[in-house]
Ligand binder design. Sequence first.
Ligand SMILES: [Mg+2]
Length: 241
Amino acid sequence: MAGKKKMWHKTMQGVRAISFDLDDTLWPTLPTLLRAEAAVYRYLEQHCPEVLTDPGELRAQGAAFFAAHPALAHDLTALRRLWFEHLLGADSPHVAPALEILLRWRSRVVPFADVVPVLRQLRLHYTLISFTNGNAEVQATPLRDRFDFNFRSQELGVRKPETQAFALMLERIGLPAHAVLHVGDNVVDDVQGARDAGLKSAWIQRPLNAGALAPSDSAPEADLTIHTLHDLVHALGEHHG
Ligand SMILES: [Mg+2]
């Protein structure tokens, strides 16, 4: 135990910034997505009911469409627009409002209970970064102004786990990889990606939401495995000075 603690201590020395994945790391994603899609559905029901099948079927069709366009996986907003154009017609006047409704609801997230107090605490000691492959807009969420930098793959042009995504983030914050700890729920996008780019990594396992995909059960490459952000504070505690 003492040996493990010592190793962890050494690993975290020199960390000056912490980057956080958003979806399923700082808030549960599925309930937000379902609310967003339901809001779009209500709009379409009212304005163009002829294109609609039942919500479950529409969701499945959307998922299949997304899977068929991997080149846009880093830009879910562009992908949603393309999907609405496919569904409603490229010239439909309902594409823009449907997308606007989706994005508005997409940012109406409910952070896990530990998030706000821990971010407040960590910000006294570290530069804080949000770094997502998703299209929630941090400044429209309850986590507005909690970070020093916000990055989305759709603006970077490349998504996690690609090393280039992490490299762009590092370049913009002006720190070397070894000075940054990345925290996320996805073993590939977050843990492997961070490791490949030379960052430290913490894998967070959040409780499952009904219907959510099961998380992987191991992330051997992670420097730390945690269940809440309080675990992170505990692990970093010795370095606050
Ligand atoms: Mg995530």
